[in-house]
Design a protein around this ligand. Structure first.
Ligand code: NAD
Ligand code: LMR
Length: 326
């Protein structure tokens, strides 16, 4: 039996937490032979609800679940964590953009970055889900100077999965046929879902679809606005699909990406495609627990304008949180 992996989850009593924890404990994230210890964090008023979730986890009798810690103290929840899923933050409501949450949520990631820096495993892999995810990941990274900045990532995988389905539906194929999707930039309405490198059954997706109007007026806006459409329809922000994307993100990071495909992760930009000092959505391949940005893709003028626009928004968000950076 392998040694258990310690998985910290913040906002564990929330909506996403409720869709996420049971799947982690069942082995969906790290594999059917990998035991886990869940280290759950929420704020003090949410601890009774968290305790209810823990009772349900107990009642599932998951063979892979080797322990559960619950706390309102990040230093307890992050102690020796190998993986940290930072979900806990306020969701937006109708009519808000995700960056409107910076004020309410940014400070959470200062404190949590510091706590990770102090007590987590030196190799901790961090995924920020709480919005605005890219800039919150940037805040946490800057407040954790002793940890590897490359290990701070933001969730773009929900956008990636959304785009895959739009293309599969448009081409009358299934998800299994769609490869090499990219979501450049920010998890926000400026994100750029790019099908020009994607493939459907091995054929270039843009060539196969051959419908620039559909790309510009349907595909791109649908993916960009999907979060808002779900909030409008459900009255609550996406939760099960967000939890699923978090599982996909970590599973690929830890266990690797399939040959001939890549995934999108929000990762620190260090000059790739001309961007730096941001957490930017890039195509990455993963192997042996490490990701590498896919370099050298040809970028058209159409794509470049959109990639620059989302980078600009990220730099504005970064400038707005200067006071939260160490
Ligand atoms: P929710 O309100 O149901 O749950 C949030 C939980 O976080 C609550 O239990 C709350 O008590 C807790 N929390 C608040 N402050 C905390 C803190 N300082 N430390 C620990 N826990 C804290 O919200 P949700 O629907 O689960 O969404 C959580 C976040 O994820 C939101 O910001 C939402 O916008 C974001 N989100 C991101 C994506 C993405 O693709 N990146 C997708 C969906 C949702
Ligand atoms: C999403 O994309 O569904 C989440 O980020 C929630 C939101 O505010 O859109």
């Amino acid at each position: 039996m392998k040694q258990p992996i310690r998985v910290a989850v913040t906002g564990a009593a929330g909506q996403i937490g409720y869709s996420l924890l049971f799947r982690i404990a069942s082995g969906a994230m790290l594999g059917a032979d990998q035991p886990v210890i869940l280290q759950l964090l929420d704020i003090t008023p949410s601890l009774p609800a968290l305790n209810g979730v823990v009772m349900e986890l107990d009642d599932c009798a998951f063979p892979l679940l080797h322990g559960i810690i619950q706390s309102d103290d990040p230093k307890v929840a992050f102690k020796d964590a190998d993986i940290a899923l930072l979900v806990g933050a306020r969701p937006r409501g109708p009519g808000m953009e995700r960056k409107d949450l910076l004020e309410a949520n940014g400070a959470i990631f200062t404190a949590q970055g510091r706590a990770l820096n102090e007590v987590a495993s030196r190799d901790v892999k961090v995924l920020v889900v709480g919005n605005p995810a890219n800039t919150n990941a940037y805040i946490a990274m800057k407040n954790a100077p002793d940890l590897n900045p490359a290990n701070f990532t933001a969730m773009m995988r929900l956008d990636h999965n959304r785009a895959m389905t739009q293309v599969a539906q448009k081409t009358g194929t299934t998800i299994n046929d769609v490869k090499k999707m990219i979501i450049w930039g920010n998890h926000s309405a400026t994100q750029y879902p790019d099908v020009f490198h994607a493939e459907v059954k091995g054929t270039n997706a843009a060539t196969l679809i051959n419908d620039q109007k559909w790309l510009e007026t349907e595909f791109i806006p649908t993916v960009q606005q999907r979060g808002a459409a779900i909030i409008k329809a459900r009255g609550l922000s996406s939760a099960a699909s967000a939890a699923n994307a978090a599982i996909d993100h970590i599973r690929n990071w830890v266990l690797g990406t399939p040959e001939g495909d890549w995934v999108t992760m929000g990762v620190p930009a260090n000059g790739e495609y001309g961007y730096s000092d941001l957490i930017y959505g890039y195509p990455v391949t993963c192997k042996d627990g490490k990701y590498s940005i896919v370099n050298g893709l040809e970028i058209s003028e159409f794509s470049r304008a959109r990639m620059d626009a989302t980078a600009k928004e990220l730099s504005e968000e970064r400038d707005a949180v200067k006071h939260l950076l160490a």
